[in-house]
Design a binder for this molecule. Structure first.
Ligand code: NAD
Length: 476
């Protein structure tokens, strides 16, 4: 059985404790992963602290070139890493491009692009005021050491979102991967750290307690967390004790609203992937669908056609569009929410019953005859189940979308752009997509409102978020 250790200060560091990583499609054990000790977490932070001044002092062009080199490393190793994503996380290998299944190869392509874009951005000095008496410039400085904590749903892509802008801006990084998907992330970082000076990029693998030790280290200068709102609240409480700034990318419960002037057939594919990308295990998936009563049956029929046609299985095999749920805890949660909905009288349009056999497979499930307040609507299911709620008045649909303490994304579907925009402006969410859902882009800021967190990633705003402003004020 292969052993996967951490990289601390450029060296491979083992542990006296290991845990297994499993393939959710087969149940097979994939390897043994180091469970870092608290001392090792502190060592990693100390290494990052020691390496940071020299990293920040590199000429910007050199740091930029190194970040571009990281993108090359990702490209060169994309197939190897994509296979790890499929084996460990479950999403099918798939292909790349708009007509292909957005699977593990798509995730690796995203890693490459989300590395190139921050590498190519410039944080120029801004002159915010100037007259005959003074000149005030805003310079962007790195925080220092950034601790990043990643979830299991897009284990490499989200790690890249956190690490690369931080490095580009002159910070050093200690990353804790999810305990469910550690191997792929550790392999990615091992390859990236090879082209960086020792200590610039370090890993600390293990369960939640390792993350808790990391955020409790007072030498951290910033924390970037992506994961559930409950864990985010615990991390924010620790960070508050040390006055460590945080970026919180937390859970979502995105509403999608289909207006009466939408075209069910034309929008079906976009809406389907908006809800079922990565088996619904995506922070900004459509997790509750509000459809105007005039289109309800047509939209349900279109989605059913797609949901029942998608081949599900071990994503290492060709032709698979849908993989398993990533872990037992999530599987049980999805199953319990569907069983509760059924018991409360909701209708199962398709799916709703897990097959027997190995692997955490759960069929794509559409649920109708359900209303706000049902646990499947109000709780983040984070799985392949979509509750579809009929509405009559637009104002009710908007109120429904806004009623929960979540505000990551939302979408509005309509053939009338002015109408869609007017509705979008009334929705409380970090992003409201029109006629698409979850369509993130490396140049466009992304982040949550309300219980979905604070701070943004991506684009120039994301790069600014891993720096602090320093004003240089000159008397003339
Ligand atoms: P999680 O909160 O259970 O775990 C996330 C990470 O936090 C893991 O690495 C875990 O080990 C670590 N952790 C757990 N307890 C900790 C503690 N006390 N201190 C520090 N670290 C701790 O989340 P998950 O189940 O891995 O991911 C699913 C959730 O993430 C969903 O709610 C999803 O919506 C959210 N998510 C949000 C975004 C976004 O950009 N907003 C993106 C992806 C996922």
């Amino acid at each position: 059985m292969n052993i996967y250790d951490n990289i601390i200060n450029g060296l491979r560091v083992g542990s006296d404790r290991y845990f297994d990583s499993h393939n959710p499609a087969t149940g097979e054990t994939l390897g043994r992963v180091a469970h870092c000790s608290r001392e090792q977490v502190d060592m990693a932070v100390a290494a990052a602290k020691a390496a940071q001044p020299a990293w920040a002092a590199l000429p910007d062009a050199q740091r930029k070139a190194l970040c571009m080199q990281l993108a090359e490393v990702i490209k060169t190793n994309a197939e190897y890493l994509a296979e790890w994503v499929t084996r460990e996380q479950g999403k099918p290998l798939g292909g790349i491009g708009p007509d292909q299944v957005p699977g593990a190869r798509f995730e690796l392509w995203g890693c490459e692009v989300w590395t190139q874009v921050p590498a190519s951005l410039e944080l120029s000095v801004e002159v915010v005021f100037e007259d005959e008496t003074r000149r005030d410039e805003v310079h962007r400085k790195p925080f220092g050491v950034i601790g990043t904590i990643a979830p299991w749903n897009w284990p490499l892509l989200i790690a890249v979102w956190q690490m690369i802008p931080a490095l580009r801006a002159g910070n050093t990084v200690v990353i804790k991967p999810s305990e469910y998907t550690s191997i792929g992330t550790l392999e990615l970082v091992r390859l990236l750290a090879d082209v960086l000076p020792p200590g610039v990029l370090n890993t600390v693998s293990g369960p939640g307690e390792v993350g808790a030790w990391l955020v409790d280290n007072p030498a951290l200068d910033k924390i970037m967390f992506t994961g559930s709102s409950a864990t985010g609240a615990r991390i924010a409480a620790t960070a508050a004790r040390h006055l460590t700034p945080t970026t919180m990318e937390l859970g979502g419960n995105d509403a999608a609203i289909v207006l009466p002037d939408a075209d069910p057939k034309a929008m079906a594919m976009g809406l389907f992937w908006g809800a079922f990308l990565n088996m619904g295990q995506t922070c900004a998936c459509a997790k509750r669908l509000y459809v105007h009563e005039s289109l309800h049956d047509a939209v349900v029929a279109e989605l059913k056609t797609l949901a029942t046609a998608m081949p599900m299985g071990d994503g290492m095999q060709a032709g698979i569009a849908m993989g398993p749920i990533q872990n037992r805890m999530q599987f049980d949660k999805v199953q319990a929410l569907v069983e509760r909905a059924k018991a409360d009288g909701a209708s199962v349009v398709c799916g709703g019953q897990a097959p027997s056999g190995p692997g955490l497979f759960y069929p794509l499930t559409l649920i109708t005859n359900i209303a706000d307040g049902a646990p499947l609507v109000d709780e983040e299911q984070f799985g392949p189940v979509l509750p579809i709620i009929k509405y009559r008045d637009e104002a009710d649909a908007i109120a429904s979308a806004n009623r929960l303490d979540a505000g990551l994304g939302a979408s509005v579907w309509s053939n009338n752009l002015d109408h869609a925009r007017a509705v979008a402006e009334r929705i409380q969410a970090g992003t409201v997509w029109i006629n698409q859902h979850g369509a993130i882009h490396p140049m466009v800021p992304f982040g949550g409102t309300k219980g979905s967190g604070w701070g943004v990633e991506f684009g120039i705003d994301g790069l600014k978020a891993v720096t602090q402003a320093q004003v240089i004020s000159i008397k003339k």
